[in-house]
Write a protein that binds this ligand. Structure first.
Ligand code: ZN
Length: 144
């Protein structure tokens, strides 16, 4: 099995059995995002306690890349700090620009091949950009 076949399996696994799917009734911050180029839609609910993402759930409709990426993103940042989440977002975007694998991204490393398909990059980054916006909203709320 080649590395790209293995990565394909990881992506399909997250698409077929998404992690952290659902809604949080008492979310600290919620965010809707869409990628009109493909028709992907995503909602993120975060429960933030102090500087930690205690829980994060998503719901969405769209292509396998966008949904698998959301599943991978939630798995990576759940339970971690807000600054770790920001670092993960930066690393993920850097990986899609450079096309170089980043093992620190866990299963999301499997999306490295998307860098070769510019039209799919927006699918892959949708969940990460949504998380970034959610974190920005949270810090704006806290500054008030
Ligand atoms: Zn898509």
């Amino acid at each position: 099995m080649s590395l790209s076949d293995l990565y394909q399996e990881v992506i399909l696994d997250h698409y077929r059995a998404p992690r952290n799917r659902g809604r949080l009734p008492d979310a600290t911050v919620s965010l809707n995002a869409e990628n009109p180029l493909c028709g992907d839609e995503l909602r993120l609910d975060l429960d933030v306690q102090g500087d930690r993402i205690a829980n994060i759930l998503f719901e969405g409709r769209g292509c396998s890349i966008s949904l698998a990426s959301a599943s991978m993103m939630t798995e990576l940042v759940k339970g971690g700090t807000l600054s770790a989440a920001r670092e993960a977002i930066a690393r993920f975007k850097a990986m899609l620009r450079s096309g170089e694998e980043d093992e620190a991204l866990g299963d999301a490393t499997a999306l490295v091949g998307v860098s070769k398909f510019p039209v799919r990059v927006k699918c892959a980054t949708l969940a990460w950009t949504a998380l970034e916006q959610a974190l920005d909203e949270l810090s704006a709320d806290r500054a008030r």
